[in-house]
Design a protein around this ligand. Sequence first.
Ligand code: FPP
Length: 253
Amino acid sequence: MIQAEEISKNKVPVHVAIIMDGNGRWAKAKGLDRAEGHRYGAEAVKKVVRAAGKIGVEYLTLYAFSSENWKRPQYEVDAIMDLLVFMIQRETPELMQNNVRLQAIGEIDRLRPEARKKLEDTIQTTSENTGLNLILALSYSSKKEILRAVKSVAVKVKNGEIKPEDIDESYVDGSLYTADMPDPDLLIRTSGELRISNFLLWQIAYSEFYFTKTYWPDFDEQAFYEAIQDYQARERRFGLTGEQITSNSNPTE
Ligand code: FPP
């Protein structure tokens, strides 16, 4: 058993992003409905948010619903949206108690009005919190996010607000939903699938990837700490050599 206290404080990832996958297969293996898988998945979210807060992760981004997920059977889409509303309502007091700030990325205007209202209320309520930033990716597609940024930059050029030569990497960074967030240090995907599924494509350029076969509803504090320890054992080189890294503790500077 790995305890929070055993996680080295030196190399805690600032931003962890998670593709929470396998709710459906978890449910199927137990003879349950897919919606039950999501319900247990939501409990796993709680465990991981607590664990991340305990070890001092500053940003935790969870892929809760992709733009493509709207094409799932309507009953399943409804079940996930109901769960979102229920969880936000039930957990807002705990978010406040633990100083967690909720944020969202994605096409939030596509959520049904009730879900959107609850989400926006809790985002507002928790906006002054200074602990863990919990970011839900909802109706999120990285390609759509990049497209939206490209269009907004194109309009600024057209209106003469900026010149094409003003567009650099940091300008693009600032035009994405994730404008105020550091890029993920660690990207976790559960359930054994080895793909990125249109998640944070620009932002994960130098992220470390961690794949586990564990289905999301079984992903708990232990599983999270195992991923963190695996990350801590890695050497991040950002395109440099190992020797350069050892002589310069902050290679991105
Ligand atoms: C992927 O499993 C999971 C989802 C598409 C939904 C994730 C939703 C939750 C964890 C619950 C709600 C979240 C919050 C933040 C309240 P899958 O259905 O694709 O599983 P499968 O690949 O085994 O079918």
